[in-house]
Ligand binder design. Structure first.
Ligand code: EPU
Length: 420
């Protein structure tokens, strides 16, 4: 296994270019299954998760080529059964269910388990499929969904933590080829849903309202092949912005969408960073001393759960007490005990982390537990005095394209080494 070895205390300076969005890419990759014509998707980040999704598409019978950020898929003939071992390894693979159901009228995929960030049920996905006329059977760890006909209907996808991003994506994709009109109420409003809707629209789907809580899909008979480019990764952009503030540096983040980052930029400003925005780039630097702030994660356009860990790392450096409340995934605080190894003072109280910030961090060996927790540990390591070894960075490689290379260009002293 590989680790990052970070010699901290160096302010980041320079320019970094954000890759295509992982969480936009994964459902769009699945959506290529909705047509038997070729689809070419550009800007797909080269990550273990996207390579893995390409493998799943191929295992379903599609002809797949993925190189240099461009994915070409032709799903002429498909089978509806996804291999248990493949689907089990990545939760995001659940979004193949909607396209398979739409195209083949039946699918069988393994039930994704929970993961370290929380329970991650799929009841809302299944509720949506049932509303479209599918029969669902759960047996021996598999979900079987089948329908004589996919029929448009109105479905409410709100859950206990708001809507569901991949659930909305799944129902939207299935509804594209339904008979009649589907309305998804309490739909997820994330930019990745808008990107998927744009992709589907380019394929010939009839969708309105994406990005709002009510999405309407008028079913069509067939979809066509398309060429498309995914949006930049807002979570990667946020991670570099926070790293710039944490190291007291100044970083220009290129190929990003500031309009997708409002909540993060607002909090960064409150915490003492200055942010300059141009159309598709941002410059972030620490203007003054960091200040403690309270952060609550919420569905878009609120503060993203996928940036909570990185923000927590930054707030360990801000004198005073910050309260970080996680409202989307109940156990997404695995980074806290590892941040403590670097000297951070954080207590968990129910859904909140109470961060008593301002103590200097010092390097230590730490263990990554999930994707965003890994990013938080890298940020803390960059800000800490001395050497930090972040172990198990395969978690980080699931969602950040060449993060070590990008950070080195910004002056960070970071190396990829074999874990000892
Ligand atoms: N939920 C239900 N029932 C469902 C589905 C979800 O109760 O059927 C609950 C979840 O337990 C959670 C909340 O609804 O409390 C939101 O989960 P959601 O379904 O929106 O999450 P997801 O679609 O499975 C995507 C991203 C996650 C990101 C979340 C929230 C992808 C591949 N994954 O997951 O990304 O945290 O939305 O924004 O798009 C990451 O990139 O690190 C990551 C975990």
């Amino acid at each position: 296994m590989e680790s990052f070895l970070i010699k901290g205390g160096v302010p980041l300076h320079g320019e970094v270019t954000v890759s295509g969005s992982k969480n936009a890419a994964l459902p769009i990759m699945a959506a290529t299954l909705l047509t038997d014509e070729p689809c070419v998707v550009r800007g797909i980040p080269d990550l273990s998760d996207t390579r893995f999704m390409a493998q799943i598409l191929a295992s379903l019978g599609a002809a797949v080529k993925f190189s240099g950020g461009t994915l070409t898929v032709r799903a002429k003939k498909l089978r509806g059964y996804a291999d248990y071992e493949l689907v089990r390894r990545m939760r995001g693979s659940i979004c193949i269910a909607g396209p398979l159901l739409a195209r083949l009228r039946k699918t069988r995929i393994s039930l994704p388990g929970g993961c370290v960030i929380g329970a991650r049920p799929i009841n809302l996905h299944l509720k949506g499929f049932e509303a479209l006329g599918a029969q669902i059977r759960i047996e021996a760890g598999y979900v079987d969904a089948s329908a004589k006909k996919i029929v448009g209907s109105t479905v409410f996808l709100g859950g206990r933590a708001g809507s569901t991003v991949l659930g909305t994506a799944n129902v939207m994709m299935a509804a594209c080829l339904a008979d009649g009109v589907t309305v998804i109420e309490s739909a997820a409003c994330e930019p990745e849903i808008v990107d998927l809707a744009n992709f589907l629209t380019a394929m010939g789907a009839k969708i309105s309202g994406a990005g709002s809580p009510a999405v309407t899909i008028i079913g069509v008979d067939r979809l066509n092949g398309v060429e498309y480019e995914v949006i930049p990764d807002r979570i990667e952009a946020a991670t570099f912005a926070i790293a710039a503030a944490a190291t007291d540096g100044e970083v220009t983040i290129k190929n990003c969408r500031p309009d997708h980052l409002r909540a993060v930029l607002d909090k960064l400003g409150e915490a003492g960073a200055t942010v300059r925005q141009r159309r598709d780039e941002l410059t972030v630097r620490r203007a003054k001393n960091l200040r403690a702030v309270d952060v609550t994660t919420l569905p878009y356009s609120g503060f993203p759960t996928d940036v909570q860990a990185q923000m927590t790392a930054l707030l360990t450096l801000a004198p005073g007490i910050s309260i970080v409340t996680e409202r989307i995934f109940e156990s997404r605080f695995m980074h806290v005990s590892e941040l403590a190894r670097l000297g951070a003072d954080i207590e968990i109280e129910g859904p909140s982390a109470i961060v008593k910030g301002g103590r200097p961090l010092s390097g230590a060996p730490v263990m990554a537990s999930d994707l965003r927790a890994s990013a938080a540990l890298v940020i803390a390591g960059l800000a800490a005095k001395g050497t930090t070894q972040v172990n198990r960075i395969y978690h980080l490689d699931r969602g950040y394209e060449r993060m070590d290379v990008k950070l080195r260009k910004l002056g960070a002293r970071i190396r990829r080494v074999q874990e000892k």
